[in-house]
Design a protein around this ligand. Structure first.
Ligand SMILES: Cc1ncc(COP(=O)(O)O)c(C=O)c1O
Length: 196
């Protein structure tokens, strides 16, 4: 059967994450490929208690449709936490809840990226992020890392060489796959370069 798939899929490769997850599901293998936590450490009791409590005490809030940005009381808590821990003036109206990191990447890509745009990312980077970027036929410019994270001098050089770049995709905490955390000084440089 000759399906008429969208031309948006022209650039999309088979997902390496799907392959890793299918290997991880094979109980006869101990997979070191994906970041699988040890399932014996899952806090089963605490999670089930929390679910039962939430559904019984606030059934409407738990199961009913809500505003698109997510339940306001939870967004308020996220904003309070960002203010208290990260020290910037974050308001509830600036917080949007998503189903996870991948949905957030997809929304940001829809907001910012045109077909064929250039994305600057760490080399190596999280392969799952390539899904939303590939869908838009993005070109990648990789910036080398060391044990303090992305090399910001090379980032500056990459921005000069690719002034058309639309997005710097960086994973500053416990980078995937290296596990490296970007130093405070370098974070400031990244923000400064992005602003420039
Ligand atoms: C950097 C990074 N972003 C996003 C994800 C996927 O997040 P989610 O399952 O919340 O979409 C992962 C998963 O390993 C990740 O390492």
């Amino acid at each position: 059967m000759d399906y008429k798939f969208s031309s948006l899929l022209d650039y999309v490769q088979p997902s390496p994450v799907a392959e890793l997850l299918s290997l991880g599901a094979d109980k006869s293998l101990i997979s070191f490929g994906g970041g699988f936590p040890d399932s014996s450490l899952f806090p089963i009791e605490a999670i089930s208690e929390a679910f039962v409590h939430a559904i019984h005490s606030q059934p409407d809030l738990s199961l009913q449709y809500s505003v698109i940005e997510g339940i306001p009381s939870l967004r308020q808590k996220v904003a309070d936490r960002a203010r208290a821990t990260a020290g910037f003036d974050c308001r509830m109206e600036q917080v949007m809840l998503t189903q996870g990191g991948t949905q957030a990447l997809d929304l940001v890509s829809s907001l910012l990226l045109e077909r064929g745009d250039t994305v600057i990312c760490e080399n190596p980077t999280y392969m799952g992020a390539m899904g939303p970027f590939d869908l838009r036929g993005c070109r990648y410019v990789g910036v080398e890392m060391d044990d303090e994270g992305m090399d910001v001098d090379r980032l500056e050089a990459a921005l000069k060489a690719h002034p058309e770049a639309k997005l710097i995709y960086t994973i500053p905490d416990f980078q995937n796959p290296t596990g490296v955390t970007l130093s405070t000084e370098r974070r400031r440089r990244v923000v400064e370069l992005a602003n420039r």
